[in-house]
Design a protein around this ligand. Structure first.
Ligand SMILES: [Zn+2]
Length: 444
């Protein structure tokens, strides 16, 4: 950390945490202008004055975009707790200044959730999530079997539909003021709505009964719930592989696109390392978004890795998934950032491209009579879906050059049309999947 960033960190570490101080007037006077740490084009965090438009209660820092809970408890998959009490003063320029570290975290988080909400409104996500978003701060996470977490982490909890920022004691930028981390966690909520929830719904719907074989039923029924019994139930290697692959791929896409979202929102390719030290980060391979094409793992290579680790047992499989999701997810994030950076679409449309691709991905994964036989369970499936879109036609060959050739062959063998087969075949097959973007969107 250099320059002004040092000042920000000093402020964040010296001022005591105050969760329960008396607040000032609760209804803010508009426009609210607040001073927060902000990632700038110089490549570091500096103090910046931002405008906030939807804040309704300054004491609890609550409004249309977000509401906060101070150290809540997770009870029956719901977060229960009190709203925090924040303290600010207004300087002579009329700018809101946080009186302590805790209030600064709250107002910074609120600002970013308001910005993320504005993006969601424009790309069609807004109406699919519930607002205000629930954010829990300074949480001490305790796992029923693993015990207390080491802290210094942030997560999205799908069952509670809430974001949790653990108590942060690191010497780096706190996660709760890190724009990239906030957007990364918010993406997990979007992925949950666009991909995981619809796939889960299929499991409980009559669709399950239309599936061809018991293998498909078994995979889908257990997709979101892997544990010891599955390994000891006499399942065959093929059954385990199908399940293992579905779990691993969904995690790779979830983490990969969360990193892309965090980078694209903040402009900070180093956002993970900015808050988490290299030691903790080691298992995540010091990931950052490189904005360069990366070699995306091929389907066969991933399958053989999964096969190997499944033989070892559920614990080994679970830690493999956790490693693979970040490592292979980063390959996809880097490649997406590179390709979209070179494309003619603006910043906001890029968010929309990814969101529409996710919805498309869900529908191709769930389509057809047989789920496990779907040729779309490939790490590079998102790239192929986007390259099929008319907006990216000109760059089609560049996009496909980054897809492992064997994976493309697999799709073509299954009569899935790619833009490569369109240009090479005068009589293309009937099955198409493409992302179509609404025109005329402005940039933020
Ligand atoms: Zn994540």
């Amino acid at each position: 950390m250099r320059g002004l960033a040092v000042g920000i960190l000093l402020f964040l570490s010296l001022v005591s945490v105050s969760g329960c101080l008396k607040g000032p007037q609760s209804r803010p006077s508009y426009p609210v202008r607040a001073k927060i740490p902000f990632f700038t084009q110089n490549g570091e965090y500096r103090w910046n004055v931002v405008q906030i438009e939807t804040l309704e209660n300054l004491e609890h820092v609550e409004g249309r975009a977000a509401r906060f809970l101070f150290r809540p408890k997770l009870v029956n998959l719901k977060l229960e707790g009190e709203p925090p009490l924040a303290q600010f003063f207004t300087n002579k320029e009329g700018i809101l200044i946080a009186k302590n570290q805790f209030s600064l975290k709250l107002i910074t988080l609120y600002y970013h959730f308001e910005q993320l909400m504005k993006i969601d409104e424009k790309i069609g996500v807004y109406q699919n999530l519930s607002w205000p978003r629930t954010v829990a701060l300074d949480v001490i996470v305790e796992h029923p079997t693993l015990g207390k977490s080491g802290g210094n982490n942030a997560m999205y909890i799908p069952d509670a539909d809430a974001y949790v920022f653990e108590k942060f004691s690191g010497e780096h930028l706190p996660l709760s003021v890190n724009a990239g981390v906030i957007a990364h966690e918010h993406f997990h909520a979007i992925f949950n709505h666009a991909v995981l929830k619809p796939l889960k719904a299929i499991v409980t719907n009559s669709f399950l009964n239309t599936l061809q074989g018991p293998l498909d039923k078994w995979v889908l029924s257990n997709l979101f719930n892997i544990n010891d019994p599955f390994f000891n139930n006499g399942k065959t290697g093929t059954e385990l592989l199908a399940l293992g692959k579905a779990i691993t791929l969904l995690d790779i896409w979830n983490e990969g696109f969360a990193d892309w979202w965090g980078f694209h929102y903040s402009g900070d390719g180093d956002f993970v390392l900015r808050s988490i030290s290299q030691t903790i980060q080691r298992r995540h391979h010091n990931r950052k978004v490189e904005v360069s094409p990366s070699r995306i793992i091929g389907n066969q290579e991933l399958e053989s890795q999964i096969k190997m680790v499944l033989k070892k047992g559920p614990k080994e499989f679970s830690s493999f998934v956790s490693e693979a999701s970040y490592y292979y997810g980063a390959q996809i994030a880097d490649t997406m950032a590179f390709l979209l950076n070179q494309s003619p679409v603006d910043r906001l449309t890029q968010f929309q491209v990814i969101y529409l691709m996710l919805k498309q991905l869900t529908s191709v994964l769930a389509s057809g009579k047989s789920v496990t036989d779907s040729p779309w369970w490939l790490p590079s499936a998102p790239l192929i879906l986007i390259s099929n879109s008319p907006e990216f036609e000109a760059a089609c060959s560049q996009w496909l050059s980054l897809v492992p050739p064997k994976d493309l062959e697999q799709l073509e063998k299954n009569k899935i049309e790619t833009c490569r087969s369109k240009s090479s075949s005068p009589n293309p097959s009937t099955s198409t999947s493409s992302v179509t973007i609404n025109k005329g969107r402005g940039s933020l």
